[in-house]
Ligand binder design. Structure first.
Ligand code: URA
Length: 193
């Protein structure tokens, strides 16, 4: 079975088994999307209105900005894989609760196990704190983190501000863009430590 089939089976299983309370209010689940053989996996927070409607992650305004940044480093959506820590839209886009994050956690970990990317990029503090609860995004953004987690092969992580937070804030946008431009060098460093 190739990675694409494995991910399809995984999503089918979790569509049924996920106990997340957000299932009751969301239109549908929004599983990860993109290249199952990607070297880079981006992890966001939770689907918003557009994602809930379409069933695909990062298709709204934050996704369009992400596409622009990817283009700056010669990457396309088809080159990467993108997913969220929570697979259902929280009502009115509120922050997901710790329980909601916990009920979608195994789904995410199994996705990462199948893809086994070289680098995991966190989009925002929620994604980062899911793995590094002790860190502040204001300090950790744009810095490569190296940590081995039990049962998980990727060990390189790169936190960024969330594109939605930077969308209408000029200075944060510049910081995010500058961090984003570091990605090719970060990958190079991982390949030739
Ligand atoms: N913001 C996220 O964190 N994820 C999405 O899929 C869309 C917006």
């Amino acid at each position: 079975m190739d990675k694409k089939e494995k991910l399809e089976n995984l999503n089918k299983k979790w569509f049924e088994e996920c106990t997340c309370e957000l299932k009751k209010t969301a239109t549908q689940a929004v599983p990860g999307d993109g290249n199952p053989n990607a070297e880079i996996v981006f992890i966001g927070e939770a689907p918003g209105r557009s994602e809930d409607k379409e069933g695909r992650p990062f298709v709204g305004a934050a996704g369009k900005f992400l596409d622009e940044m990817l283009e700056e480093i010669n990457l396309k959506r088809e080159d990467i894989y993108i997913t969220n820590i929570v697979k259902y839209r929280p009502p009115n886009n509120r922050d997901p609760s710790p329980e909601e994050k916990a009920s979608c956690r195994e789904w995410l970990l199994e996705e990462l196990k199948i893809i086994s990317p070289k680098l995991i990029i966190f989009l925002g503090r929620h994604a980062m704190n899911n793995f590094f609860p002790e860190l502040q995004i204001s300090n950790a953004h744009g810095k490569l983190l190296i940590k081995a987690f039990k049962g998980m092969s990727p060990k390189y992580f790169f936190p960024l501000y969330h594109p939605a937070a930077a969308l209408y804030d000029g200075s944060m946008r510049d910081i995010l863009m500058a961090d984003f431009r570091k990605i090719p060098k970060v990958l190079e460093k991982i390949e030739n430590p």
